[in-house]
Write a protein that binds this ligand. Structure first.
Ligand code: PMP
Length: 369
């Protein structure tokens, strides 16, 4: 069977990278057009002072569009930070887990585990109340089975574990103080922000280029922040200065703002959910209909962002990856802790790419299965 080839603009390949990753072509085009002269200002969007009115307008619009898209209530503040979600692991502990106090952590994969280690470094006591290690992180617990411990300041979860391809697929009921790392599923489907005390995410999957991290924090949490933290590690510094206490990552915020507009134009988070569901189903259908490919995550927790699957052995996996690359299906190698393959198909990844991968997988199985 002749394999389908990319029909993407600019001869772009299908890039399944887990992040940084595929961005919307429309957004890249608009960013390109703003590189030399932004909005008639006479300067590149990268050259604008963050104290000027052109930059200020796009910065504040990005906050407003994110608030609208996610339906973020008024008693939550939004910060644009640097340092990645990895810095948030420590920073949230410095702000909400004073030295010697305890918090609950649910570990459903590699990032949840890192969050625990980073909270320990600061001197807080992260207590792991659920760890899916015994089944090599192939599932998440039912949230109705999780209760916040009496001594705990909050419960931390990683909504979508990027490496394992495991997503809770549900939200907490409202009881308990939940902090949620949504780095790899933010904006991919509707989210009931009011169920959480804090949500945070690195931008480089569903929101734009690397260099920007978003934190959304409820006012009652902000009121608990202890004095004496270094200013750049105290959330209040960001909230009190519209995230412009120092120079923000202007370019990343600009592109994220374009992504927010793009998601709004597509119909918002409900529309994204529909598109993402169809994309994921295209690939999961092949896995489910096959004795050759095996999905890593249990059915109830299968991520629609990161699809993890294995082939019968390592040689077959290497041959699959080599052929995939020759067919311009890039970055499909899975993380070594799971093995096999991972197809990351965030918001901007096109449906056509999922269809091409699905037909490639079927064809490869027919020839090698
Ligand atoms: N949490 C999750 C769920 C992630 O996927 C990642 C990065 N892949 C991180 C945290 C760490 O993010 P960063 O690289 O932005 O520090």
């Amino acid at each position: 069977m002749a394999l389908q080839r990319s029909t993407q603009p600019y001869d772009r390949a299908f890039n399944f990278s887990a992040g940084p990753c595929t961005l919307p072509v429309e957004v890249l085009e608009e960013a390109r057009d703003s590189l030399m002269n932004y909005n008639g200002s006479g300067a590149s969007v990268m050259e604008l002072s963050h104290r000027g009115k052109d930059y200020d307008a796009l910065h504040m619009q990005a906050f407003a569009d994110l608030r609208e898209l996610m339906g973020i209530p008024e008693d939550y503040k939004i910060a644009f930070l640097q340092g990645g979600a990895s810095l948030q692991f420590t920073m949230l502990a410095m702000n909400f887990l004073p030295v010697g106090t305890a918090a609950d952590y649910i570990v459903t994969g590699a990032w949840g585990k890192k969050a625990v280690e980073a909270a320990k470094i600061h001197g807080g006591v992260p207590q792991v109340i659920y760890d899916a290690k015994a089944s090599n992180y192939d599932h998440a617990p039912k949230l109705s089975d999780i209760k916040q411990s009496a001594n705990s300041a909050f419960i931390h979860m990683s909504h979508n574990e990027t490496i394992q391809g495991v997503d809770f697929m549900e939200e907490p009921s409202g009881e308990g103080i939940w902090i949620n790392d949504m780095s790899s599923n933010i904006l991919s489907r509707p989210c009931n922000v009011s169920r959480y005390a804090m949500i945070y995410a690195g931008a480089q999957k569903n929101m734009g280029p690397a260099g920007l991290t978003v934190a959304i924090v409820r006012q009652d949490m902000i009121d608990k922040i202890p004095d004496g933290l270094p200013p750049m590690l105290d959330y209040r510094t960001y909230f009190e200065n519209d995230s412009m206490y120092n120079t923000p990552p202007c370019w990343s915020i600009y592109v994220a703002g374009l992504v927010y507009k793009w998601v709004k134009k597509l119909g918002g988070l409900e529309a994204m959910d529909k598109i993402n569901s169809e994309k994921a189903k295209t690939i999961y259908d092949v896995i489910d209909g096959s004795g050759f490919y095996k999905g890593h995550a249990q059915l109830a927790n299968r991520s629609k962002m990161n699809i993890t699957f294995t082939l019968p052995d390592e040689d077959m996996t290497a041959a699959f990856l080599k052929e995939a690359k020759e067919n311009r299906l890039l970055e499909l190698k899975g993380h070594r802790s799971v093995g096999g393959c991972r197809a990351s198909i965030y918001n901007a990844f096109p449906l056509e790419g999922c269809q091409v991968l699905a037909s490639f997988m079927k064809d490869f199985e027919q020839r090698n299965g």
